[in-house]
Design a protein around this ligand. Structure first.
Ligand code: C5P
Length: 218
């Protein structure tokens, strides 16, 4: 039986990809499966936290006992998260939010035309960075999915987004990152502390991340 060491905490986890629609039948997205975020939500709930899971479209059922909020786009995810941020003691942003969305969304299906076409994109709001500016802010954990230079890019995100912890992982490895059962990560904290987590299941890594959050909150 898991210790109820997160009792009294409200943990919001975002998970999965976002979908940025071009028209009623097409969208831009990414390969995020939601597995890491769902493992975090499940583990936090088992450890006694109230868990709000804000999820992009994934093919998994929500873990037992969590409050599921389904969203599609980055803008919808932002609304869902900001609305609930004040209730939270911890927010973990495991979602792979699309950095850009199509500038325009057609309300009718776009027809086939010339051989070449251009899609214009506009930057999405950075949800984690926005949370980082809140006056009374929860403990903030971000993810950095990179294909190299983990420490460098992770530290940059820690600073720029004013997060408390960044979980940096290399998604170019076949046994880590998107859509696999295992992960390895470099945990980077404000103040310069680092923890290297070797290859383990996403469940085990979720447990490690929650242990560190709990230790930091004390
Ligand atoms: O996309 P990026 O590498 O900047 O993502 C780093 C962290 O910021 C992740 O935790 C991600 O969920 C979050 N993020 C966000 N809103 C965005 C882009 C990223 O909250 N528009």
């Amino acid at each position: 039986l898991a210790p109820k060491d997160l009792a009294g905490h409200t943990v919001l986890v975002t998970a999965g990809p976002t979908r940025e629609e071009l028209d009623p039948v097409r969208f831009i997205s990414n390969y995020s499966s939601g597995k890491m975020g769902y493992a975090l939500a499940k583990s936090a709930a088992q450890r006694g936290a109230r868990v709000i899971l804000v999820s992009g479209p994934v093919s998994m059922a929500a873990p037992y006992g969590v409050e599921l909020v389904n969203v599609n786009s980055a803008k919808e995810m932002r609304e869902a998260v900001l609305q609930r941020a004040e209730e939270c003691t911890v927010i973990i942003k495991a979602a792979a939010v699309a950095d850009y969305r199509p500038t325009e969304r057609s309300s009718i299906k776009i027809k086939k035309q010339s051989d070449e076409r251009t899609i214009n994109l506009i930057k999405n709001p950075d949800i984690l960075a926005e949370l980082g500016t809140l006056k009374k802010r929860p403990y903030l954990v971000g993810f950095a999915a990179e294909t190299g230079k983990l420490r460098e890019f992770g530290l940059k995100k820690l600073k720029e987004k004013n997060a408390d912890m960044i979980v940096a992982n290399d998604v170019s490895q076949p046994d880590a990152g998107f859509n696999v059962e295992t992960n390895r990560a470099l945990l980077l904290f404000q103040g310069g502390r680092e923890v290297d987590c070797q290859l383990m299941s996403k469940e085990a890594l979720a447990g490690e991340i929650l242990n560190h959050i709990l230790a930091e909150l004390k």
